[in-house]
Structure formats: C-alpha cells, structure tokens
Design a binder for this molecule. Structure first.
Ligand code: FAD
Length: 404
C-alpha cells in the first residue's frame, strides 16, 4: 500500500489510524489535524462539555503518547491540494507528503446564516471544541438566547442552556422539531418536554433579521412579525460536507465525496469516510451521506480492513443518539419511507419507542429513554431481522425471543 495519509483527525480519521495499527498495518501513517487540539469527540460539545463538567482532556480520544507509541504521525496542518498523478498532498505550511493511499476524512462545517448582522460576535455556531468552549464561558443565568434550528444540535444546546438558567427561544422553519430525522411521535414528545422545561419553541417561521445596537445583538425578528429580544443567537441550521479538496483534485463529488460500496473514490488510491462521504449502500439501495459517530467509525474500520487485505462491502447499520436535557433519544436503522408507526412503551411515562414500518418490514426504531429497545433494534436490524407490527405493539411480546 505504501504510506497512508488521512486528511482530517475527527471521529473517522482518528479511528482509521487506530484501526490500521490494530490490524497490524506497518507502513507510515500521517494524520492531518487542522484543529489546535489532540483529536477529540464532538458529541459532548453540546451536552456534558457545554454544561461545564470537564476540561478539554476529557474529550480527547487518546493522550499524545498513544500517537507516539503507535507511530501515528499527527501533523498539525491543513491539506491544501492533492496531486493524484504524483500522489502528493501539499500542506498549507508549504511542505508536501507522498502517499500510497489517501483518505479524505474531512468531515463537515457549519452552514452559515446569510442574513444581515449574522457576522456579529454574539451570533455563534457549535461544531468545534473552540466554539463549545467559548459558548460555555459566555452562557450566564438570565441571558436571553435565540436558537435558530430545532435539529439535534439546536435542541441539545437549548436544553443545556435552559439548564444553566438562560431564557431560551428556539425558531424552526419546519412544522415540528427534528422533522427531517424522526417521526412525529418523537417530535411531539420532545417538543412537550422542552416546552415543559420553559423553552419557547416557534415552529413554521423563519428568522428574517437580527437586530443590533452597534455591535451588540438586541433581538431577532421572525417572518410572522414576532420580535424576540436576545443577547445571543446560536445557529444550528445544518452542515456542509467538506468536499472542495477532493473536487479540486478532480474526484467526483455531489452532496458528498462520491465513494462506492467499499468507500473507494473513482481513484483506487483514494478513499473517503465519515461525514464527508456519499457512499453507495447495498443495505439501503442508494447513495447515503450520514452524520454520526457510528457512520464515521464503522467507515474507518471498513477502510482499515481493506488496506490490510480484508476487502469487504461496507454494511454498517446506522444508529445515533441525542441527549436532550434528561431525555435520551436513540435511533437504530433508517426510518426514511416508513408508512406505519407502532408505539411500544409508555409515552405518558416518558419511556417509549416508535417502531417504523414500510408495509410489514421494520425499517428502524426510535427510542426515548428505552435503551433496551434500541439495543434490540441494533441487533435485530443489524442481522437483517424483523418482527411484525403486532409483535412490536404487544407489551407481552418478549423482544429477546426474536433474536435467537
Ligand atoms: P469531523 O468530526 O467533522 O472531522 C473532520 C476533521 O477534518 C475536522 O477536524 C476538520 O477540521 C478536518 N479537516 C477538514 N478539512 C481539512 C483539511 N483540508 N486538512 C486537514 N484537516 C481538515 N453524532 C452522534 O452519533 N451522536 C451525537 O450525539 C452527536 N452529537 C454531536 C454534537 C455536536 C455538537 C456535533 C458538532 C456533532 C455531533 N454528532 C453526533 C455528529 C458527529 O460528531 C459527526 O458525525 C462526526 O464528528 C463525524 O466525524 P468525521 O471524522 O467524519 O468529521
């Protein structure tokens, strides 16, 4: 194979380097890291870390010594350009590296708000450790924050901010929270919990302007004429995959860097993994680009296997979690295209799952505070199994019996 260069040291890049060494890969590995920290986990940035319960070290995948011990050359630099004919990566600092195999693990970046005043200091985003760190120092009881976007990150942030005693409004264009990702059952439950916690949620409206007095944000105006006073605006309107470097190197990109079912690009010496990769899924019969830790780490393990001689089709079962205040949401499988939802558990008690079906085929399970259902879903769906809607809806049906 020759030396492997991994561009990006997030969940995917880190896992690839670690898995390569675990699999006995003996050639040089360079892991390009353009953030000023050792590679770290992102999920706590909107949860435990933002609450202020740990230092940056609590986020690191491994200490510095791990990279030295495993001969993983962690290079603090950005890949600037790729010459695929010469198999060279030019770095922003001016030097260059030769590769035998190149892996894009470039992740995604915040989608920026494009309205007047969006560049003011009190308009913030949440993707990196630096952004989370800055926010947690900024949040103070009584402060008024408007969160734009009721997706996972917007709601996680909102719950954490409310827990810290802030006045929180969430503004969402869709007619329900997390509309793109979960069923109406979960959206409604989540909305009621956030509302009960004192968060005001505005649905079906757009932010049309950010008002300011000089450099100071004073409020936000909405498309329905409502004006919300605010000291801080946090934007969670999704991300854009980092595809530009691959595109400039002449590789096909669409809503991600296009890779096949082995996660290889059109160039057999180049792969792409994690948030940046638009991969061909045999399991789901189409192209998928997912944003989750599961997707990033399973992609990484699949490419590590291929580079150490065990080529396999990527077939990871998608799963995801989101902690919002006291509630744990967990998703197993992909529920796109469902036509029937069977609820198991007790909505009123705040512990239930939505089993999503297309016809009689179970597509996925969304759980709230029902970790057992979630683990069941991962095992069942991962093995290609299903249970009938009647079984799912029968509290007396023993899920474990379906696994044997
Ligand atoms: P990233 O983590 O984005 O890493 C890519 C890295 O590449 C970045 O450091 C980037 O700066 C770097 N890079 C880009 N271009 C270059 C270049 N040219 N040269 C060098 N480096 C470059 N997922 C879950 O499953 N559960 C959760 O609860 C959850 N919570 C989240 C909370 C937050 C606040 C965020 C932001 C994400 C959360 N996610 C969660 C999503 C999850 O973190 C991502 O799916 C995951 O980080 C993707 O990993 P990645 O390595 O593909 O990309």
């Amino acid at each position: 194979t020759g030396p492997v260069i991994i561009v990006g040291a997030g969940h995917a890049g880190f896992q690839l380097a670690a898995s390569l060494r675990q699999s006995g890969f003996a050639e040089p590995i360079a892991l390009l890291n353009d953030e000023g920290h050792l590679p770290y986990q992102r999920p706590p940035l909107s949860k435990a870390y933002l609450k202020g319960t740990g230092g940056p070290d609590s986020l690191m995948f491994r200490p510095d010594k791990f990279y030295q011990d495993n001969k993983i050359e962690l290079i603090t630099d950005r890949a600037h350009a790729v010459d695929r004919d010469a198999r060279k990566v030019a770095l922003a600092s001016g030097s260059s590296l030769d590769y035998g195999h190149l892996v894009f693990a470039t992740g995604a970046r915040n989608r920026l708000l494009d309205i007047p005043n969006a560049k003011l200091d009190a308009v913030r985003y949440l993707r990196t450790l630096d952004e989370s760190e800055a926010l947690r120092h900024l949040l103070a009881p009584g402060m008024r924050v408007v969160v734009i976007g009721a997706g996972f990150i917007g709601l996680e942030f909102a719950a954490t901010a409310r827990g810290k005693g802030l006045e929180v409004d969430v503004v969402e264009l869709a007619s329900r929270v997390m509309a793109r990702a979960v069923t109406a059952e979960i959206s409604e439950f989540s909305q009621s919990r956030h509302t009960a916690a004192g968060i005001r949620i505005h649905l079906g409206v757009q932010v049309t302007g950010i008002e300011a007095d000089g450099a100071k944000v004073t409020g936000v105006s909405l498309s329905n004429g409502v004006h919300i006073p605010a000291d801080l605006v946090v934007v969670g309107v999704g991300v854009l995959p980092n595809v530009e470097l691959a595109a400039e190197a002449g590789l096909p990109v669409a809503s991600g860097i296009i890779v096949d079912e082995h996660l290889a690009t059109a160039d057999p010496n180049v792969s792409a993994i994690g948030d940046c990769a638009l991969y061909t899924s045999r399991r789901f019969g189409g192209s998928l680009r997912l944003e989750s830790v599961q997707n990033a780490t399973d992609h990484a393990r699949c490419v590590a296997a291929r580079l150490t001689g065990k080529t396999e089709v990527y077939d990871g079962l998608p799963w995801f979690w989101s902690d919002q205040g006291p509630d744990k949401l967990q998703m197993a499988g992909l529920t796109t295209g469902y036509d029937r939802v069977v609820v198991r558990g007790d909505r009123a008690q705040g512990a239930f799952s939505a089993f999503c079906y297309r016809g009689d085929t179970l597509l996925g399970i969304e759980s709230v505070n029902r970790a057992g259902d979630h683990m069941f879903g991962r095992r069942l769906l991962g093995a290609g199994g299903s249970i009938t809607p009647e079984q799912a809806g029968d509290p007396g049906f023993d899920l474990k019996s379906a696994l044997s």
